[in-house]
Design a protein around this ligand. Structure first.
Ligand code: HEM
Ligand SMILES: *[C@@H]1O[C@H](CO)[C@@H](O)[C@H](O)[C@H]1NC(C)=O
Ligand SMILES: *[C@@H]1O[C@H](CO)[C@@H](O)[C@H](O)[C@H]1NC(C)=O
Ligand SMILES: *[C@@H]1O[C@H](CO)[C@@H](O)[C@H](O)[C@H]1NC(C)=O
Ligand SMILES: *[C@@H]1O[C@H](CO)[C@@H](O)[C@H](O)[C@H]1NC(C)=O
Ligand SMILES: *[C@@H]1O[C@H](CO)[C@@H](O)[C@H](O)[C@H]1NC(C)=O
Length: 418
């Protein structure tokens, strides 16, 4: 086994969360036990919307080209155009119905509300890779990585490549012949979704609702950033949120995947701003993407996420190394411990070689990129109460889909799978 929690933290974790003990420690690498909200709980299959009419999104065409991304392949890598094209009949805003699934990601919710991904919220690998290139000009390497994480890090299905952008829709995402267990979708906690989000409650504090917009948190983000939503403001807000969770949430867990939260925060000032505002993040824009609406008493409520009017996407692709730079800088501004609260005390964890005793040793942007890679390419100590260890099929899928170059070019070690 390459990536082990330290023995001390593993013992503390196993004692606090018997679920771990049931798993023969982390050695049980072929069993995927996924934490999920089952049954009628928030995010669970019984309350998950069901749309009998799954319609694929209309792909880009010669007339409405966007980034030219189709079929899960790289597009032109050239942005700076209006999204949606005002003449394009298939990608205008339509509010979701109660049969449509939405989840913790404002970027994907907005893309679904504009029909760049299926409006019912059941998506798949190539759809996601195409959509984030065409809408946001996410670089192909990062688009590929995000889509792989969403499918492989236990939220979706590697055979069908399908994933729900919100609650558990296993009946529609799984291959009936290959069901190993449930596929919680992006709502699944401590998979891709984690504690210390910008505008979503921690799983424990929200009593299982870790995916709905929380207007109080949006208001705090707006206030802390002075309405600017820039790097400095978000670095500060992320730090405040960490402190808040660590104090308030007795089950707070902030593992290596916590770094994704910094990546998502960078999307607010790197992907959401519009050319019509000289690419400076604004309140108008940000609130439209988050679906935040301010009431007359100053509080924030939610309306469906929408791409703002006259929105012009970023010009150059936002690549894997770009996001790694932002993650490193934002985390580096206020370094915090990795680990979780166990019996009232914070226990640091190890994720060698980049996290030791809860402290990060990653220094260069490429270290952050390799750390991200390590998260999807080997057994993952994903949480204090569940250990996500991808199956051999999943690891094979990653190695095939990652195409070799984007991470090896950065000097990341390629793990050997047995
Ligand atoms: C395939 C691509 C993507 C996937 C699979 C994905 C998935 C996710 C997930 C699972 C979360 C929840 C993390 C958490 O809060 O615990 C999230 C958050 C977020 N995503 Fe995405 N995302 C993708 C692309 C994008 C894009 C293109 C944008 C840009 C607009 C975006 C913006 C955000 C933001 C701002 C958050 C933080 C929300 C909050 O904490 O309140 N995402 N994403
Ligand atoms: C994924 O979705 C696209 C449409 O967005 C569709 O053309 C493709 O067949 C789907 N792939 C799978 C494996 O279901
Ligand atoms: C929203 O977040 C605030 C601040 O963390 C919290 O006090 C409140 O309970 C949350 N509201 C809901 C509805 O979860
Ligand atoms: C917000 O404005 C206040 C008062 O001008 C200032 O002290 C604070 O540093 C600003 N915060 C950020 C993140 O810029
Ligand atoms: C729309 O954005 C373009 C630049 O992308 C700008 O020149 C134009 O003035 C904007 N129009 C409106 C109505 O805001
Ligand atoms: C990180 O390192 C510091 C010493 O520099 C130590 O006090 C701390 O306990 C370590 N772990 C965490 C989780 O912060």
């Amino acid at each position: 086994m390459r990536f082990l929690l330290s023995i001390a933290s593993l013992a503390a974790i196993a004692a606090a969360f018997p679920f771990v003990a049931e798993q023969e420690g982390i050695k049980n690498s072929h069993i995927v036990r996924r934490q999920q909200s089952g049954g009628y709980q928030p995010g669970g299959p019984e309350t998950c919307p069901f749309n009998p009419n799954h319609e694929y999104p209309v792909p880009v065409s010669d007339e409405f080209q966007y980034n030219g991304a189709k079929g899960g392949l790289p597009g032109r890598g050239q942005g700076g155009y209006l999204v949606p094209d005002p003449e394009d009949p298939d990608h205008q805003f339509i509010a979701p119905t109660d049969q449509d699934i939405r989840g913790p990601c404002p970027g994907l919710n907005a893309a679904a509300n504009h029909g760049f991904i299926a409006r019912d919220g059941i998506s798949n690998y190539s759809e996601l890779v195409d959509a984030v290139q065409n809408v946001y000009n996410v670089g192909y390497d990062l688009a590929n990585f995000l889509a792989l994480v969403s499918i492989v890090v236990a939220d979706g299905d590697v055979l069908t490549t399908k994933v729900s952008i919100g609650c558990d829709a296993t009946t529609r995402t799984a291959n009936p012949l290959s069901i190993h267990g449930s596929e919680p979708g992006l709502d699944g906690h401590n998979k891709f979704e984690g504690d210390v989000s910008l505008t979503r409650d921690d799983y424990f504090l929200g009593k299982g609702d870790n995916f709905n917009f929380n207007g109080t948190l949006f208001g705090m983000m707006a206030e802390t950033t002075n309405g600017t939503f820039d790097f400095n403001g978000l670095a500060e807000y992320r730090y405040n949120r960490y402190v808040q969770s660590r104090q308030e949430n007795s089950e707070m867990f902030f593992g290596p995947l916590g770094l994704f939260q910094y990546g998502a925060a960078s999307f607010v000032y790197e992907l959401m701003p519009s050319g019509s505002d000289n690419y400076v993040p604004t309140m108008e824009n940000t609130k439209s993407f988050f679906g935040a609406k301010q009431e007359s008493d100053g509080t924030w409520t939610q309306i469906p996420e929408q791409i703002p009017a006259n929105w012009t996407n970023r010009v150059t692709p936002y690549s894997l190394i770009d996001v790694s730079v932002q993650i490193g800088e934002m985390y580096g501004k206020h370094p915090v411990g990795f680990g979780g609260n166990v019996n009232g005390a914070f226990v640091g964890l190890d994720f060698p070689p980049f996290i030791e005793g809860g402290n990060i040793t990653a220094a260069k942007p490429s270290d952050y990129a390799c750390l991200l890679y390590q998260l999807i390419s080997g057994p993952i100590p994903s949480s204090l109460n569940v250990l996500v260890t991808p199956t051999i099929e999943a690891l094979q899928f990653v190695l095939t889909m990652i195409g070799g170059s984007s991470f090896t070019n950065l000097g990341c070690a390629i793990p050997v799978t047995k």
